[in-house]
Design a protein around this ligand. Structure first.
Ligand SMILES: [Zn+2]
Length: 241
């Protein structure tokens, strides 16, 4: 089933465009299991071939000075990554079973939290290149790909950003995953990959229409297509590197 999804529905072209806005795919860390790090896809074809095997996880890390193969580990360093926001802290209700957020909590707890955070980032840091996704589990993710943030924010700068952001949000009591926000090399679930926890797809969402829950299963072709369309609308028009 998983391999069928990656062979048939996974939008390889779109995700490739997203991941190569600043650097070639070969310099990006990809992890096909969270405990099996530093995999590399050399190009789009190679990425598609690996995915066709139906990996249990597809996680994306930072970009490096050269392909971050395990054997290169002593001579590679992270040179940039998207600023990523992961919000999974909200008061779960009884319907949020098996660590999957329910439709009500998504609409009334999660979407408003993420909206507030993104509004602050857009206003204070003038970020424009943003993707918002539902993780497929219990969290909302955002990826900020503006060049100034991608290259200009090492871990210490990100820690400073977080302190500033939290002080501006203090009256809303919103908690972000600190490691995801502050560590350039942190792994984050790849857009449109399957979250094995509940078999839901990690999809792009529109926070302004949060009333309809973004829960999409791998065979829901129409819902997937709509989400891919939304994701593509937010991608800058200039091509990949
Ligand atoms: Zn709930």
């Amino acid at each position: 089933m998983t391999s069928e999804y990656y062979q048939t529905f996974f939008p390889v072209d779109t995700v490739y465009r997203f991941l190569t806005q600043h650097e070639p795919l070969s310099k990006r860390e990809i992890a096909f299991k969270t405990d099996y790090r530093y995999n590399v896809a050399m190009n789009k074809t190679n990425f598609g071939l690996i995915l066709a095997h139906g990996p249990n996880e597809v996680q994306v890390g930072g970009v490096y000075n050269k392909p971050p193969f395990v054997e290169n580990k002593s001579s590679v360093w992270c040179v940039g990554s998207e600023l990523r926001i992961d919000i999974d802290d909200y008061p779960e209700c009884k319907s949020c079973e098996y660590k999957l957020i329910c439709a009500r909590c998504w609409a009334y707890e999660m979407a408003p939290r993420m909206k507030k955070v993104l509004a602050e980032l857009a206003c204070y840091y003038e970020c424009q290149n943003m993707q918002v996704l539902y993780s497929g589990g219990r969290s909302a993710h955002a990826w900020i790909s503006d060049e100034s943030v991608f290259y200009g924010a090492d871990d210490s700068v990100r820690k400073y950003f977080l302190t500033q952001l939290m002080s501006r949000l203090k009256n809303n009591n919103i908690k972000l995953d600190e490691a995801v926000f502050t560590q350039q090399a942190h792994l984050t679930r790849c857009p449109f990959s399957i979250n094995p926890r509940g078999n839901r797809v990690c999809v792009a969402v529109n926070l302004d229409s949060a009333g309809s829950p973004p829960f999409v299963l791998p065979k829901q072709e129409n819902e997937l297509k709509q989400s891919v369309w939304l994701f593509e609308q937010r991608l800058p028009k200039n091509g990949a590197v």
